[in-house]
Design a protein around this ligand. Sequence first.
Ligand code: 13P
Ligand code: SF4
Length: 328
Amino acid sequence: MSLVIPSTDFIKEETHPSLDLFFEISKLKKEKNAIILAHYYQDSDIQDVADYIGDSLGLAQQAQKTSAEIIVFAGVHFMAETAKILNPGKKVVLPDLRAGCSLADSCPPDAFAAFKREHPGHTVISYINCSAEIKAMSDIICTSSNAAYVVDSVPVETPIIFAPDKNLGRYISKKTGRDMVFWNGTCMVHEIFSLEKIARLKARHPGAKLIAHPECEKPVLEQADFIGSTTGLLKYTINSNDSEFIVATETGILHQMAKASPEKTFIPAPPDNSCACNDCPHMKLNTLEKLYLCLKNEKPELILQEEIRKKAEVPILRMLEISKRHGL
Ligand code: 13P
Ligand code: SF4
C-alpha cells in the first residue's frame, strides 16, 4: 500500500440531529476555501451539496484545475488518490477512507508486476479504478469515457495489456478492433444484472431503452441500446426523445437523470437476486454527516509516498492530454 493509513478511517463524532448539515457544509466550504467533488454514485444529499458532480474523468479534470486549498472527495479511494496525485500540495480528504473498489482490490501490485513480466513489450493501459501502485506501473490511464481514444493512441503494432476491468477491456477491444491481454477483474456492482429480469422488464415496458455502463458483462452490453460512462448515460437520457430507460449501472446516477428530465421514467436494472447489489457498498459508505465531519476536521486525509505519486502522475497526465485532444 502506498497509503499511510491514519489512525482513523472516518471521524466518529456526535452531531446534533438539529444541525443543518447543508448549511454548515456550505459555510465551512467558504471559510476553508474547500471544494467538494462528488461522483454520480454518491447519495443524493451528497450530490446536492457538491460543487461538481461527475464521472471519473470529469472528476480528475476538475481536480487538476481547482484552485481550492482543500479537496473533499466524495467518492471512493482511487478517485481521491487520483486527486492527490494531481495535487501534491493540497489537502485531499475523503469522508470514509474505507471506501474502496472491487476492481482496484482485484489487482494487487505484486501479482500485477508478475503479470507484466509474463507479457514483455506490452503497453500497459490501466482503468483509473486501480491503486496508485498500479498506476505507477502503467503507461497510460483511461476511464470509461476515453478508453477507446487511449487504446487508439497506441501504435497498432504494439501489444496492449488492459487492466483491471476485463468487461470494459473486452468492450473496448471490440470497439477498436485491437486484441489485448486482460487482467481478470470485474466490478461487483456491474456484474450482477440479470438478463432474464431485464427481459421481463422490457416486456412490461416495450418502449424503454436499455442503457448500460461498459463495466457490465457482455450479455447485458449486447442487449443495450446505448453504452456509456455515467456522464455518457446521463447525456444520452437528456438528449433522447425516448421517455423510459432501464438503467444498468449504480443507482446513484438516477438522481441526476430524474433532476435533468423530470418528465422521463428511469428504472434501475434488476440484479440477479433480491439484494440492493446495484448500490455500490463502497460508494455508499460516505454519508452527509461523515462529509461534514471530514470537512470540519480536515480528516481523514490521503497521504501518498512521493515516489509512487510521481510515477503514477505520468500516465494520468497522458490520459488527460489525450482527452483534451479529443475534446473531452
Ligand atoms: P465512470 O465514472 O467512468 O462512469 O465509472 C463508473 C464507476 O464505476 C466508477 O467507480
Ligand atoms: Fe468500484 Fe464498481 Fe463501486 Fe465503481 S461501482 S467503485 S467500479 S465497486
